[in-house]
Design a protein around this ligand. Structure first.
Ligand SMILES: N[C@H](CCC[C@H](N)C(=O)O)C(=O)O
Length: 257
């Protein structure tokens, strides 16, 4: 078996990307996916993305976390897959694709991608923490001194302590200005801090607006791997017109034998 792959990254959240329109990838092989994502025994990535055929959209995104198990929606991965689809000539500047949480629209301009995200029905608030689903589940917590914060240790404790086996992604946020925030995320399925998490950044922007820390409907979010923008409309109960915008970059390609 010979598998051609590409490596992409979106604000430092990195992915192995494969064109699986011929269905040749053994996607039930959890150990293989985990091994390909392993940074010592494999190519190394936070996740693996398959581009597949779909009846109603330009393509389907199938996403696995680096533990080899199917993930829910991935915002950085979605942007990477759009750039990949554009590079193989499958799509033009506009596209619609299917992911685990439904249809997404995207616009690609070089390495910049605007990606529509799921509506957010509600935000649960508990003291200074929030829980919401932006296609993936996210805990959002305000902290002081984010750069010195023990993200992996605290993230792991909350992920297993509060959210149990199913778990959640855990985001820690500090406000930089009226419309800007810095975020660090412990990712479920990677079980480590990653340099950026797109659905997490989206969750942070919405939670901070919901709590009144920002009045802006377009928020700048800084991650360790780069900057993202999130825009949205508040409809009195939840959020719609949610768009995540930022870079997605080809890194290298290769063959697995
Ligand atoms: N890194 C991703 C996916 C986060 C969700 C994933 N870790 C899961 O819980 O399945 C992103 O949104 O950019």
């Amino acid at each position: 078996m010979e598998l051609h792959f590409s490596k992409y990254q979106g604000t430092g959240n990195d992915f192995i990307v494969l064109d699986n329109r011929q269905n040749q990838f053994p996607k039930n092989d959890t150990n293989l996916v985990a091994r390909l994502c392993d940074r010592r025994f494999g190519i190394g990535a936070d996740g693996l993305l398959l581009l597949e055929n779909d009846k109603s959209a330009d393509f389907k995104m199938v996403y696995f976390n680096s533990d080899g198990k199917p993930g829910t929606m991935c915002g950085n991965g979605g942007r990477c897959l759009v750039v990949f689809a554009h590079s193989i000539g499958l799509i033009g500047k506009q596209t619609t694709f299917l992911a685990s949480d439904g249809l997404h629209r995207a616009t690609v301009e070089g390495e910049r991608v605007s990606l529509s995200m799921s509506d957010v029905e509600d935000v649960a608030k508990k003291r200074n923490t929030f829980f919401l689903d932006t296609g993936s589940p996210h805990h959002v917590q305000r902290v002081k001194n984010l750069q010195g914060f023990e993200v992996a240790r605290e993230g792991r404790r909350i992920r297993y302590g509060i959210y149990g086996e199913k778990g959640s992604n855990i985001n820690f946020v500090e406000q930089d200005g009226p419309e800007s925030f810095s975020v660090r995320t412990y990712e479920r399925g990677v079980e480590e801090e990653t340099l950026s998490c797109g659905t997490g950044v989206t969750a942070v922007a919405i939670a901070m607006h919901y709590a009144g820390y920002t009045k802006a409907s377009k928020v700048q979010v800084r991650t360790r791997g780069g900057d993202l923008q999130v825009s949205f409309s508040y409809n009195g109960k939840g959020y719609d017109n949610v768009v995540l915008e930022g870079p997605a970059t080809f890194v290298f390609k290769g063959v697995i034998r």
